[in-house]
Design a binder for this molecule. Structure first.
Ligand code: PMP
Length: 419
């Protein structure tokens, strides 16, 4: 993250899209924490649901009891996901959910010799070993290759075009066709990139092409919807507009809007049909605890009742237009990319300066000084970007405040750059 943790402000409280430090300074949360606080801070419906559940029971292990919040949450997630899914496996984070998906893939293909997982570069799927093993994120893999190699064979697809961050369908097929189809276990992707590629979007044709490819060779398709899931892109899921049904949908972050840790792997009918994916994949002590489930259920109901998914589309269009204007007046900022309220702006900087002081980090630090949180992304000079992804609840006048602070922060970084 930034400079040293000891220089960071001390957080005190938060409400709506604002977060306040112990010196009373107010920050616009322009990146929803780490793009997870989808419904804003301090929503009373959620706090009340957590309080009510905590007075009943906070922990009961899934192997010993069923619980109403978990059953209701599962029903709601399956209803949102639509046909083709049969089970939800709970975890406590996005990384653990990706780890679960990878484990389920290996169990699904047990005894078949399928051991290759194909992902793209850049990509980010989490910090645990299995999740990092499939991530195309060199800075986060640094020093860890010895741990990552033995998990599954990884093939990675990069873009063949300088101007495009993500590979095209042709780039994918070129790599996929080189690999023995009988050994491909799964293909994994983020519909819109986050930590690695700052809002770079996969097109519908590529998503459909990957679904077709997996069907034709008997591989599973994993959608990493940790950042895109539950409304962020202006649809319930990042893949919604493509119409495809991935075999495994990996979620976290927005599922509980940052209120309590929880992740969920939504499991397709074809995966391990006949067996319970939750039983096969095992899990963690806290997985599927009733308290986190109650929080997530309240967040999803709030998202539905306040119509925040379509709101993400509408406000996203307004914010995007404002960011386009900022980009027009700043030579090193590229126009915003992404969808809904998952927006990122690429940054142009020569690789030598990037190696010493990446401009995206400088913008993040200048934004903090100006009372604004934005999020740095990218794996190298070519992909560095800054993400502007406020809660889906942000109002127009708060967007204006965000833009005013962002413009100041960017111009201060620019002055610093020229010194
Ligand atoms: N996948 C994606 C697409 C993510 O954006 C993240 C978090 N940035 C993860 C997985 C990992 O999630 P977590 O940090 O909750 O473990």
């Amino acid at each position: 993250m930034m400079a040293g943790a000891s220089t960071l402000p001390m957080v005190d409280r938060a409400y709506g899209v604002m977060i306040v430090d112990t010196d009373g300074r107010e920050y616009v949360d322009g990146c929803s924490g780490t793009i997870c606080v989808n419904i804003g801070h301090g929503v009373s419906d959620v706090l009340e649901a957590i309080s009510a559940q905590s007075q009943l029971v906070t922990f009961a292990h899934r192997s010993q009891f069923r619980s109403q919040p978990v059953e209701d949450l599962t029903a709601m997630i399956l209803a949102i996901a639509g046909p083709g899914y049969r089970e939800v496996v709970y975890t406590n984070s996005g990384s653990e959910t990706m780890e679960t998906a990878v484990r389920l893939v290996m169990h699904h293909h047990a005894g078949t010799g399928r051991d290759i997982i194909v992902s793209q570069r850049p990509s980010y799927h989490g910090m645990t070993v299995g999740a990092l093993a499939v991530s195309g994120h060199p800075p986060r893999r640094r020093n860890l290759e010895a741990l990552l190699g033995g998990v599954a064979k990884l093939e990675q697809v990069s873009s063949s075009r300088d101007a495009e961050i993500l590979p095209s369908l042709e780039d994918w097929l070129l790599v996929l066709e080189r690999v023995d189809p009988a050994r491909i276990a799964a293909v994994v992707f983020e519909p819109v990139g986050g930590a690695a590629s700052g809002g770079a979007e996969m097109d519908v044709r590529t998503l459909r092409g990957l679904r077709e490819f997996c069907d034709s060779v008997g591989a599973l398709l994993i959608a990493d919807e940790v950042m895109t899931g539950f409304g962020r892109t202006g649809e319930w899921f990042g893949v919604t507009k493509s119409g495809i049904t991935p075999d495994l949908v990996v979620t976290g972050k927005g599922l509980s809007g940052g209120y309590l840790p929880i992740g969920a792997c939504i499991v397709g009918e074809r995966v391990l049909s006949g067996a319970s994916a939750a039983d096969v994949s095992m899990g963690h002590t806290m997985s599927g605890n009733p308290l986190a489930a109650a929080a997530a259920l309240a967040v999803l109901k709030y998202t539905r009742d306040q119509r925040l998914v379509s709101r993400a589309r509408e406000v996203g269009t307004f914010l995007r237009g404002e960011l386009e204007l900022v980009a027009e007046s700043v030579p090193f900022l590229q126009p915003p990319r992404g969808r809904g309220l998952l927006l990122g702006m690429g940054i142009e900087q020569n690789p030598v300066d990037f190696a010493t002081t990446p401009l995206n980090r400088r913008i993040v630090e200048a934004a903090l000084r100006n009372g604004l949180l934005v999020y740095p992304s990218g794996v190298d000079a070519r992909t560095q970007s800054v993400m502007v992804c406020p809660p889906l609840t942000i109002r127009d006048r708060e967007v204006e405040m965000l833009i005013a602070r962002f413009t100041r922060a960017v111009s201060q970084s620019f002055v610093a750059e020229r010194v």
